[in-house]
Design a protein around this ligand. Structure first.
Ligand SMILES: NC(=O)c1ccc[n+]([C@@H]2O[C@H](COP(=O)([O-])OP(=O)(O)OC[C@H]3O[C@@H](n4cnc5c(N)ncnc54)[C@H](O)[C@@H]3O)[C@@H](O)[C@H]2O)c1
Length: 557
């Protein structure tokens, strides 16, 4: 079906004004209490008023690690789309697109039309969002190569596309960055020819000046900063050093231990710019989170969820959700890009291993029938550097689950993925969704003062391997729950009910829902042989090769 691009919700609960979309929304939940061995479940309801500013800003994105594979690929992708480029390949011409982006290539179902067919619209049309072609890029890198040279070094894009992009990327040059050798692998030192000198405090000030300079020279309304530089080693959280905002700022002033990524996070927050961490290390130490809270600036992380982990967060959800007891998950990766080389050093690998390892926790905890308290599947992650495969990462996974009566089910997957072509659309979604969230405010019937989302923007969990959540909030890893969260919150902002997939109207003996169009007038037996109306689930009268029989007459009393 052709995707419509615009829609209007006609409801007394939704008001469109020139500046805002205001929607009333009944948030229905259930609270559960335990009394004397019995669970008591209470349906609850809170009325929300969502307000979304319609004016889309001119948005700039600053990438830390701009000259890396991900940074150069994202910049190239946006330029290729903006310029509507096409290029020859051995299988024919290819055209620029945004495949892999939830906002640009994903759709949502609005409901059923008069013929009972589902109507899908692009995800990006749910609410006014910045168009990716309009994004303006800038950034930092410890390597001084311009973006055209960086694109060539990355070896990600077809040669014909590189040739066309070259003149557009040649003038883009990363700003000098903060290089602290002990945080990334020693094998990266040869790249570091573009560094900010001085003390930590001076480096922080330079980053802040860079953000301000970009904002004013490019005439931007907003800037978002995204860390896509090398994976760093973990930073120890030490009381007095980085445990509070005050201590972290003092640590920077005194030149004590702080990672480059935390320095960038602090600079962004102080400049009022959202900061997103695409790598696994613990950039957002407690002091940085507290600073984000104090300044009410969005932060999100950690580690883009692009390949193996994404599959895992679907597959384990499917296995455990189906009642199979997954007992071991073994994941081997090999890759040959610079990320792989950096991860070949043990401290940096350790960061990645930690971020990859907790991805099934919520699914395991969700099923106390299969797992007793504290029980976990064995989970092992191995990453090897194999230069020849370049950016074309291989992920080999084995999932072993227990079946009924002592049976075993072993699933083996081999996934070859173009690492940076998976990461770039995720980076795009992160920037666009974060910006959108900055324009949404809401109040509730019990707290009428307008508020924003919590600065730890957990709504972005779909896009991160180890999603950050506000203190005390559950961490959700299951991919489709994460997607539903984004979709349903955006639907709520235009007064639409959550997507529930019940399709109750097709599960009834008698069609009791009031409908417009042919189905409303159809007889209780919907799929008669011969004249078969198309049902909203795509049913044509045949189900899996069986033509659907007339419904039996139900006894009447
Ligand atoms: N599918 C994916 O590509 C994927 C998925 C999840 C996470 N990541 C993470 O994204 C990050 C980037 O991946 P990549 O493939 O682009 O790696 P890359 O090595 O090609 O790029 C990293 C860039 O960061 C630069 N850099 C290093 N330290 C810096 C600093 N302090 N300041 C500024 N620049 C610095 C390097 O010079 C390099 O150009 C890695 O940490 C990786 O683990 C990637």
């Amino acid at each position: 079906m052709e995707a419509a691009t615009e829609f209007v919700v006609e409801s007394p609960d939704v008001i469109y004004s020139p500046d805002t979309i205001e929607a009333q929304y009944e948030y229905r939940t259930t609270s559960v209490s335990r009394e004397g061995g019995i669970l008591k479940v209470h349906p609850t309801s809170t009325r929300f008023t969502f307000r979304t500013a319609r004016q889309v800003p001119r948005l700039g994105v600053m990438l830390v690690g701009w000259g890396g594979n991900n940074g150069s690929t994202l910049t190239a992708a946006v330029l290729a789309n903006r310029l509507r480029l096409s290029w020859p390949t051995r299988t024919g011409r290819k055209e620029a697109n945004y495949y892999g982006s939830l906002t640009q290539a994903g759709t949502v179902s609005l409901g059923l039309d008069a013929e009972g067919k589902e109507v899908f619209v692009p995800f990006s049309s749910l609410l006014p969002m910045v168009a990716p072609d309009d994004l303006v890029f800038d950034g930092w890198d410890i390597s001084s190569l311009n973006l055209a040279e960086a694109m060539r070094r990355a070896q990600v894009l077809d040669w014909g596309l590189q040739e066309q992009l070259w003149p557009h990327m040649e003038a883009m040059r990363p700003r000098p960055s903060v290089y602290i050798p002990e945080f990334i692998a020693a094998n990266q030192s040869a790249r570091a020819d573009n560094v900010i000198p001085g003390t930590r405090a001076q480096q922080l000030e330079q980053i802040r000046r860079d953000i301000r300079d970009f904002r004013s020279s490019a005439g931007l309304d907003k800037v978002i900063v995204l860390w896509t530089a090398n994976t760093e080693r973990f930073c120890e959280v030490i009381p007095g050093l980085n445990d509070t905002a005050e201590n972290l700022l003092r640590t920077i002033q005194l030149g004590l231990e702080v990672s480059p990524s935390t320095l960038f996070a602090v600079a962004s927050i102080l400049e009022g710019c959202a900061f997103l961490n695409g790598s696994p290390q613990n950039t957002l130490v407690p002091g940085a989170l507290e600073l984000a809270w104090q300044r009410r600036v969005f932060v999100g992380g950690d580690d883009f969820k692009s390949g193996q982990t994404k599959v895992k967060s679907v597959l384990v959800d499917f296995l455990i959700g189906s009642g199979l007891k997954t007992m071991s998950i073994v994941s081997y990766n090999h890759l040959g890009n610079n990320d792989g080389q950096n991860l070949s050093a043990p401290p940096q690998f350790r960061s990645k291993e930690v971020s990859k390892s907790s991805v099934v926790d919520d699914m395991v905890h969700s099923n106390p029938v299969l797992y007793s308290p504290g029980e976990q599947p064995d989970h092992c992650v191995v990453i090897k550097y194999v230069p020849y495969v370049g950016d074309s990462k291989r992920a080999l996974d084995e999932y072993t689950s227990e079946l009924m009566l002592g049976g075993t089910n072993t699933l083996v997957l081999h996934n070859t993925c173009e690492d940076s072509l998976l990461a770039a659309p995720i980076m795009l979604d992160l920037a666009l969704l974060t910006e959108l969230c900055q324009r949404v405010s809401f109040c509730t019937d019990i707290d009428p003062d307008p508020q924003s989302f919590h600065p730890v923007l957990s709504l972005l969990g779909f896009l991160f391997k180890a999603p950050l959540a506000p203190p005390g909030s559950p961490v959700v890893n299951a991919l489709f729950r994460q997607r539903s969260c984004i979709e349903n919150i955006l639907r709520a902002c235009v007064g639409l009910p959550p997507q529930n997939h019940m399709l109750l109207e097709h599960k009834m003996e008698r069609p009791g829902l009031k409908r417009v169009g042919p189905l409303a007038t159809a007889s209780p037996v919907l799929c008669k042989k011969g004249s078969v109306p198309t049902a909203p689930n795509g049913c044509t009268g045949d189900a899996n090769g069986h033509s659907q029989a007339e419904a039996p007459q139900m006894p009447t009393t």
